[in-house]
Design a protein around this ligand. Structure first.
Ligand code: AMP
Length: 598
């Protein structure tokens, strides 16, 4: 029930006193966005002014925006590579940050095929936790009674490595789940999970998922929300249930745990809830054995009020499948974050996915916005870009996000394109438009045009002995299979029909493509099982000409026509599919180890 109106917030009546405090904080930050931003920049520049990086530029001790903008260059990851490499190799001097770099966060964005390494400092954990602490108070405004049950969240840690200099390198969520901030979080009735920490922290993805699913089934009546970080993760959990329900219901029936779960900590925590429950086992088995899995989520967890998953950006492709499995439950996209920095939250989390806007929290970092014009040639040293401050962006315009963080990124281009949809107080709200240069994405992988091109080139080497070449290609992220997978359409020129490439050779091409793709893709294939085997669909000769005719009939200019290297528009995919002469899949897994190749 809402608390006393004395605590009332412009966002709505808070559910409890703790929520009132969080909502007041959001109000304070968003009302004073520009002042907070000025303060954040001054703080960052004051504490890091003596770092090697900032000393290179003539700030002269000034910490104001004007000096900052005129002296500090706008950069990308590639520009920072030498500094990052030195830190990774063990140089502990104050290169980027006056505070010690505590670890590297491995972004799903890649550079030369490997995950980008983002330096971070200890106190950033507090900032992340602060943003997390704002999510439920906002959600409670939209969905009452979430303290009366639990959340079934499928959360996972991923493998970590050490850099040559001994710093840990791991994904930001792995770092967060392994931190005391998460492990020893105080009890909060609005944030009770069915998954025990030990299950979340188990590095083996099968055992982790198995334990989390089993606990979620035992507590099916208490579950009020079902979630994962990204939509692809929740679908993977559904697929897991589909593949393992017989063993899971066997465990529930007998009160014994699948011997494949060997991690002693996981066995111990599951033992605390494990009991023979033949009635529950019958119920789950009966639902899972039905031919149709439509609404399976609400059938098994009937009190689910919403799905908590990100379905904006590349994840929008999963909305129809999620709707199918959940009977169209609301999908809450609660936050917008990255390894570099957590950016902000959705103040209207029950809005339709197509209407989701994120409000950037001005206390998280110093934010600037590079006006995005897809037709402009970019900028040079002689014509530096004019970046706009957080409070000065204009509704309807698109910008690329540029950040300056406490951990030592200065005017760093994140690569996300955002559109301003409105303001909450003086803080702008943004629709996530897309990530720059991403052609294909199934889970957290991001494959760009150059990577795809290189993969096609490498794979087509295998066709040389057949005197065959790839004359055209395009791609499609097939989100209908679980897990989703890359489909590459190839039009071949077979010069000697009597000696055309064998099935085996073309299957080999699929694997060769996978071997050429970046490490995030290969990790998804090998360790996370979040991406299915790559598929090549060979199309009839002349198909790409038909594709061009189709584009021209829809108004494309014949002079400027370029073969799209990725397609998603249904009529085009249908046209391609209707011309397929053979399909081929990767016969095995590509190589991947947690160690970086360089
Ligand atoms: P990473 O650096 O691997 O943590 O990935 C961060 C990137 O994921 C961001 O820069 C965005 O491109 C994307 N991302 C994060 N949150 C969202 C969201 N809520 N909606 C759409 N894309 C997101």
């Amino acid at each position: 029930m809402a608390v006393d109106s004395v605590l009332s917030s412009p966002l709505g009546p808070p559910a409890c006193e703790k929520d009132a405090k969080a909502l007041r904080f959001i109000e304070e930050m968003t009302r004073n966005a520009d002042v907070v931003q000025e303060k954040v920049l001054a703080e960052i520049l004051t504490r890091n002014g003596q770092t090697e990086y900032l000393q290179r530029f003539k700030l002269g001790g000034f910490t104001d925006r004007l000096t900052f903008k005129s002296e500090i260059p706008v950069i990308t990851y590639e520009d920072l590579q030498p500094e990052i490499q030195r830190i990774a190799n063990g140089d502990r001097s104050h290169i980027l940050s006056a505070h010690p770099i505590s670890e590297f966060l491995t972004s799903s964005g890649t550079s030369a095929g490997e995950r980008k390494l983002m330096p971070t400092i200890k106190e950033e954990l507090d900032r992340r936790q602060l943003l997390y602490s704002l999510l439920m108070p906002v959600m409670n405004l939209c969905v009452p009674g979430l303290d009366k049950g639990k959340g079934l969240y499928f959360l996972f840690v991923k493998s970590e490595t050490k850099t040559p200099g001994g710093l840990l390198a791991r994904p930001v969520l792995t770092s967060y789940y392994k931190s005391d901030h998460f492990k020893t979080r105080p009890y909060d009735p609005y944030n009770v999970y069915t998954s025990p920490n030990e299950a979340i922290l188990c590095p083996d993805s099968f055992q982790s998922m198995y334990a989390q699913m089993l606990c979620g089934l035992y507590e099916r009546e208490q579950v009020l929300r079902v979630g994962a970080v990204f939509a692809s993760g929740l679908l993977r959990a559904i697929r897991f249930l589909n593949l393992n329900w017989k063993q899971l219901t066997h465990d529930i029936r007998t009160g014994s745990l699948n011997p494949r779960v060997t991690d002693p900590l996981v066995r111990e925590c599951v033992a605390r809830i494990l009991r023979p429950d033949p009635e529950l086992a019958d119920f789950v088995a009966n639902e899972c054995a039905k031919e149709s899995w439509e609404r399976i989520i609400t059938r098994i967890w009937p009190n689910t009020k919403y799905l908590d998953v990100i379905v904006t950006g590349a994840m929008a492709q999963y909305i129809p499948t999620l709707d199918y499995y959940s009977g169209g439950l609301p999908k809450a996209c609660t936050m917008y974050a990255s390894s570099e920095c957590y950016f902000g939250l959705n103040l209207n989390p029950m809005s339709k996915p197509s209407e989701v806007s994120y409000t950037i929290m001005p206390n998280m970092a110093y934010f600037e916005f590079l006006p995005h014009d897809p037709n402009s040639p970019g900028f040079t040293r002689d014509s530096p870009p004019k970046l706009v401050d957080l409070a000065d962006v204009e509704i309807g315009k698109e910008y690329e996000l540029v950040i300056t963080t406490y951990a030592g990124l200065y005017r760093y281009r994140v690569g996300d394109i955002l559109r301003v949809t409105g303001f909450h107080n003086s803080a702008p709200q943004f629709r996530f438009v897309r990530r720059k240069n991403v052609l294909l994405s199934i889970d957290s992988d991001k494959t760009d045009e150059a990577e795809l091109q290189k993969a096609v080139e490498n794979a087509s080497q295998l066709l040389r002995e057949y005197n065959t070449s790839v004359v055209e290609y395009t791609s499609f992220a097939d989100a209908k299979t679980i897990p989703g997978h890359y489909v590459i359409y190839w039009e071949l020129l077979v010069k000697d029909a009597a000696h055309s490439p064998s099935d085996e050779a073309l299957n080999g091409c699929c694997l060769a493509m996978e071997e050429s793709l970046n490490s995030v893709y290969r990790q998804g294939r090998v360790a996370d099982n979040s991406i299915g085997p790559l598929e090549i669909r060979v199309v009839k000769s002349g198909t790409f000409e038909e594709l061009m005719d189709y584009a021209i009939s829809r108004g494309a200019s014949i002079n400027q026509y370029k073969v799209p290297r990725c397609v998603s528009f249904t009529p085009i995919v249908e046209l391609l599919d209707s011309r397929v002469v053979s399909v081929h899949f990767s016969p095995s897994l590509p190589r991947w180890t947690p160690e970086r190749r360089r």
